[in-house]
Design a protein around this ligand. Sequence first.
Ligand SMILES: Nc1nc2c(c(=O)[nH]1)N[C@H]1C(S)=C(S)[C@@H](COP(=O)(O)O)O[C@H]1N2
Ligand SMILES: [Mo]
Length: 221
Amino acid sequence: MVLGMLGLGAAGVAAGPYLQRAVEQVTSRDPTGLADLLPGGGGFRYYSVVDSVPERRPEEYALTVDGLVERPVSHGFAALQAMEQTRIVHDVQCVTGWRVPAVPFEGVRLSRLLDAAGVRPEATAVRFTCFDGSYSESLTLEQARRDDVLVALRMQDGPIGHQHGGPVRLYVAPMYFYKSAKWLSGITLTSTVQPGYWENYGYDVDAWVGRSNGRDDAPTG
Ligand SMILES: Nc1nc2c(c(=O)[nH]1)N[C@H]1C(S)=C(S)[C@@H](COP(=O)(O)O)O[C@H]1N2
Ligand SMILES: [Mo]
């Protein structure tokens, strides 16, 4: 069963985190190392919980900020680009074990977008939705206001490609990569944390690298 899923590559991720972990354990014992070359590139694996995601060009892209805010707003790609850009270089770490060192991300600090919309006092959390139609993520408001949380417009010193969640994805540097929602389309301020896609299957909402998901021995770089 697990070997059968290997043939499906990243499709195995749709089966749930525990099966995904099983697949990773098998691939890491692969003596040829060939499994590590599939299906992503440059050490990344491409993940999507749906079979196909419509491509969206920057000109057609919009990011809404709504929910418990004073001024609900929709930002086009050019408007996001015109805001102050922050660059972060940090290791990417997936909870299943693969890791890519020192990946540059650039974009607008999430806190800046929250301030622009005016967070109402009742809000305690942020929910993220995606134009793949299925994925979601969440952060507490305190986590969302950290300086190392970006609405990213660039990755690896170039535009974010479609498979990496472009044109705009979330980037939560201190947490496992499942927090970094790809194809980001909505930011909603909420009164309670609404667990995201994988969190409904058992992953931790507070996904600090090295301090969550039972992996407190993971590298923290
Ligand atoms: N919309 C969406 N975002 C997502 C995912 C997904 O399936 N759909 N997978 C998450 C997981 S588990 C990881 S490890 C990273 C993978 O990002 P990559 O495909 O750019 O390597 O995206 C995260 N964000
Ligand atoms: Mo992941």
